[in-house]
Design a protein around this ligand. Structure first.
Ligand SMILES: Cc1cc2nc3c(=O)[nH]c(=O)nc-3n(C[C@H](O)[C@H](O)[C@H](O)COP(=O)(O)OP(=O)(O)OC[C@H]3O[C@@H](n4cnc5c(N)ncnc54)[C@H](O)[C@@H]3O)c2cc1C
Length: 462
C-alpha cells in the first residue's frame, strides 16, 4: 500500500508533541525524507522529527493505532530498508550531550553526531570510541558494534555502553541496563539495530586519550602485492595500542584532491597508535624504511583530529557498502582483492585488523558476535542511480563468490547497507545468539513494528 497517496489523520499527533510531523504534500516533505546517503530514495507515510523521548513514544503509539511499521534514522549514513509507507522517526533533534569528567562517562542523545561527543570529551582529556568519521551518528554506529581507531586498545563502542533509554513497541520509555530490562540491553548491544525499539539516549564510558600518532602511508598500486605481504607480517607484531587497516583506494578525479591521488589507484596503510608518539613512530617506520611511500602523513595529533586518518567524506553522497570477515590475507586473497576492487566498481576496499580488546570480551556478554575474527573487509562503491546500485550488488556478489574460500561467512553489520544488510542479519550471529534475539524480539516487538532495521524473526518464525 502506498500511504503517500493517503491522508493520515495527523492533527491529534501534531497537538500531542513538541516536534514536527511532515506528510506527503507538505512543502518540506522532500527535504525531510533525504538521507545522508543519497542512494536512499524513500517515501514514508509520515515523518516525525522528535524533540524528546516523549515525542518518540507518542509516535510509536500513533504507529500502533494506525498499524504502521516504524523506521528510525538520525543521519541516514547506514539505512537498511528504505522507510517506505511507514512512520519514519527522525532523531536528529535529540542533540544533548553531557560529559561527566569525574566518572569518565557521557550521556548521548540519539541524534548526536560523534563530533559533538568528541569535542566535549577532548576538552577534559577524554575520548569516546568513535569510528573513522565524526559525522556519523553516535547511537546508530554503537548499535551496530562500533569499530574505530581505538578498537584494539579499548574495544568496540558497544562494549562501553552502560545503559540505553529506549522507547519500546508499546510506547513505553524504559531504561535497559545490566539491572533493568537486561535482555533488551543484551540484544541492543550489537544485535538489534532498528529492530527492537527507538534508542533515545545512551550512557557510555570515555577513555583517557589526548594525543595519538596517526596517519597514512600511501603506495602506488603497482606495489600492492608487496605492501599487502609486508602488512600481513607487520600486524602480527603490533601491540594493541595500534589499530590499523590496509586499503585499495580508487580515487575519482577531484580538484580538491592532491594530484598524486586525484584519479589514481593506490594502496594505503592507515593507523592510529595510542601511546608515546616516539614509540609509535619507531613501530611504523619499518614500512617506509622497507619501501619509500608516495606520501607519509603519520604524525602526532590531538585525537580530536582523528578524522584526518581516513579522510572519509563528510558531505552527503550516493554510496553502497558491503563486506564480511576474511580468514586470511594470503597471496590468493590479495589477488582476488586486486581483481575485483577495480576503479569502475569499487572506490575503496579496506581491510581492518581487529582483535585485541574486541576479542577479550566474554562472547556471552552481549549480542555482538564474531569477536575472534580479525580481518574485516569493507567494499564501497559510488552508486548515484538505481542501476548503479544493482551493478554494485552484482559485482559484490561475484567478488564475494571469488573470495569465498577466504571468508568466514560472518558479517559485520555496520559495514553492510541496504536490503542486502537486512537480509544478511543472520550471518552476523551464531545460531544460538540469533535464536535468543528472536525470543527477545517476540517479547518486545511481537507485531514486528520495527521492521526496517536488522531482520530478526520472532522465535516462532525462526
Ligand atoms: C563515512 C562513514 C564512515 C563510517 N565509519 C565507520 C567506522 O569507522 N566504524 C564502524 O563501525 N562503522 C562505520 N560506519 C558505519 C556506521 O556506523 C553505520 O552506517 C551506522 O548505522 C550509522 O548510524 P547513523 O545513525 O549515522 O545512520 P542512520 O542511517 O541514521 O541509522 C542507521 C540505522 O540505525 C538504526 N538506528 C539509528 N538510530 C537509531 C536509534 N536511535 N534507535 C534504534 N535504531 C536506530 C536504524 O535501523 C537505521 O536504519 C561508517 C559509515 C559511513 C557512511
Amino acid at each position: 500500500m502506498v500511504y503517500t497517496e493517503l491522508t493520515l489523520p495527523v492533527n491529534a499527533l501534531r497537538d500531542e508533541i513538541d516536534g514536527t510531523v511532515i506528510i506527503p504534500g507538505d512543502g518540506d516533505y522532500d527535504a525531510a525524507r533525504m538521507a545522508w546517503n543519497l542512494a536512499v530514495d524513500q517515501y514514508p507515510a509520515l515523518i516525525l522529527i522528535a524533540e524528546s523521548a516523549a515525542d518518540v513514544a507518542a509516535g510509536v503509539r500513533y504507529a500502533r493505532s494506525h498499524d504502521l511499521g516504524i523506521a528510525i534514522q538520525s543521519t541516514g549514513h547506514g539505512v537498511l530498508l528504505p522507510a517506505n509507507d511507514c512512520l519514519l522517526i527522525m532523531t536528529s533533534h535529540l542533540s544533548a550531550v553531557s560529559v561527566d569528567a569525574a566518572s569518565q562517562t557521557a550521556w548521548v542523545e540519539a541524534g548526536v553526531l560523534w563530533g559533538a561527543v568528541l569535542e566535549q570529551a577532548q576538552a577534559v582529556g577524554l575520548a569516546p570510541l568513535l569510528g573513522s568519521s565524526s559525522g556519523v551518528g553516535a547511537v546508530g554506529y554503537t548499535l551496530g558494534g562500533g569499530m574505530g581507531w581505538l578498537a584494539r586498545k579499548y574495544g568496540l563502542a558497544v562494549d562501553s555502553v552502560l545503559e540505553f533509554e529506549v522507547v519500546t513497541a508499546d510506547g513505553q520509555i524504559v531504561c535497559a541496563s545490566e539491572t533493568e530490562h537486561s535482555d533488551l540491553f543484551w540484544a541492543l548491544r550489537g544485535g538489534a539495530k532498528g529492530a527492537l525499539g527507538v534508542v533515545t539516549g545512551m550512557r557510555i564510558r570515555l577513555y583517557e586519550v589526548t594525543t595519538v600518532y596517526g596517519g597514512s602511508l600511501i603506495y602506488s598500486l603497482a606495489d600492492a602485492r608487496e605492501v599487502f605481504a609486508f602488512y600481513r607480517e607487520w600486524i602480527q607484531y603490533l601491540p594493541e595500542e595500534w589499530t590499523t587497516s590496509i586499503s585499495i583506494m580508487n580515487f575519482p578525479p577531484m580538484p580538491e584532491l592532491p594530484p598524486f591521488l586525484s584519479g589514481q589507484s593506490v594502496v594505503m596503510v592507515n593507523g592510529c597508535y595510542v601511546g608515546d608518539a616516539h614509540l609509535g613512530q619507531m613501530m611504523v617506520q619499518a614500512l617506509p624504511d622497507w619501501k619509500q611511500p608516495i606520501a607519509n602523513t603519520f604524525h602526532p595529533m590531538p585525537f580530536i583530529e582523528s578524522d584526518t586518518i581516513s579522510n572519509d567524506p563528510m558531505d552527503p553522497m550516493p554510496a553502497s557498502v558491503s563486506g564480511g570477515w576474511l580468514t586470511d590475507l594470503s597471496d590468493e586473497t590479495v589477488e582476488t582483492l586486486l581483481a575485483y576492487a577495480t576503479p569502475d566498481k569499487v572506490v575503496k576496499a579496506e581491510i581492518r585488523y581487529a582483535g585485541g580488546a574486541i576479542a577479550r570480551v566474554n562472547d556471552a556478554a552481549n549480542a555482538y558476535d564474531h569477536r575472534s575474527s580479525t580481518l574485516l573487509l569493507e567494499a564501497v562503491g559510488m552508486t548515484p542511480t538505481p542501476e548503479a546500485v544493482t551493478q554494485f550488488r552484482q559485482h559484490i556478489a561475484a567478488f564475494k563468490q571469488a573470495l569465498q574460500p577466504h571468508m568466514t561467512g560472518g558479517v559485520y553489520m555496520n559495514f553492510l547497507d541496504g536490503p542486502d544488510a537486512h537480509d544478511q542479519t543472520a550471518n552476523a550471529f551464531s545460531a544460538k545468539k540469533y535464536q535468543r534475539l528472536g525470543e527477545i524480539k517476540a517479547k518486545y516487538d511481537p507485531e514486528n513494528r520495527f521492521r526496517f532495521g536488522y531482520r530478526i524473526p520472532t522465535s516462532t518464525e525462526a
